[in-house]
Ligand binder design. Sequence first.
Ligand SMILES: NC(=O)c1ccc[n+]([C@@H]2O[C@H](COP(=O)([O-])OP(=O)(O)OC[C@H]3O[C@@H](n4cnc5c(N)ncnc54)[C@H](OP(=O)(O)O)[C@@H]3O)[C@@H](O)[C@H]2O)c1
Length: 253
Amino acid sequence: MSVPLSLSGKLAIVIGGSQGIGSTVAMQLAQEGAHVCILARNQDTLDELVQTIHQLGGQANAYAVDATSSAALENIFIHMHECFGKVDIFVHLVGGFTEFIPFEKITEQEWNQVLQLNLTSALLATQKIEPFLNDGARIVYTGSIAGLGPSPVAKSYMPYGVAKAGLMTMVKYLAKEFGSRKITVNSVSPGSTATERVRKIRGDAGLLEVAKGNPLNHVLQPEDSAAAILFLVSPQAQGITGTNLNVNAGSVM
Ligand SMILES: NC(=O)c1ccc[n+]([C@@H]2O[C@H](COP(=O)([O-])OP(=O)(O)OC[C@H]3O[C@@H](n4cnc5c(N)ncnc54)[C@H](OP(=O)(O)O)[C@@H]3O)[C@@H](O)[C@H]2O)c1
């Protein structure tokens, strides 16, 4: 039996939604009937995804923006509000890192960049979208298994883990901040997931090795985290706020 998520007529924003877990979330939101505004930097990738969603009968628009610029985000949110009205669903997936830099070689610049991309961008985007959220809206951020601490079985990257731990704590503060408006705030924290970016960092053999460290021996796919995000933005999740949902196949419990 499948339970309908009732997202028809909802306006959703997916930041970091053109690739990886984000593009899966955007596609699934559109399939469930939401109108999806997808934000990322690369216009071509955005256009391709929007075209696919339109071909499948969904509603989507794309906006090219660097999510570390709060002024650029604010302009886009004002424009979206003028065109489509208030926002029901806000999913933030901007984040990640590109290589494991040894502890002694982590520069101040690298540290600041990783925190800006994974943590500060979430704060700035939330400040700018807040005036345009409907009461009862849903916010979901993307944490990480790395935010729970270093992996017992695989390489972990400290600046990234620290940023994601901060993000997962921010969730609790914002859940309290927005609670009086019935806005829920949660995070979904994937384990190593087979997106193009992570396949480049760990390799397919590395992902299989990581999977051996979880009880399900499962190589996580973007759909695994997307399913958790879709549930948290649904009307069914109205009683869940200030929490983090791990999607790591039991690697860390
Ligand atoms: N995959 C994993 O194993 C894993 C595990 C734990 C947590 N996560 C978290 O899940 C989220 C998604 O990961 P992913 O592997 O799916 O990443 P991904 O495939 O690299 O996708 C990232 C998305 O964000 C966009 N983006 C990146 N930097 C941006 C910026 N400055 N401004 C606007 N958009 C930006 C990218 O498009 P453009 O490049 O065109 O901007 C892309 O659409 C991240 O927060 C990551 O930390 C992932």
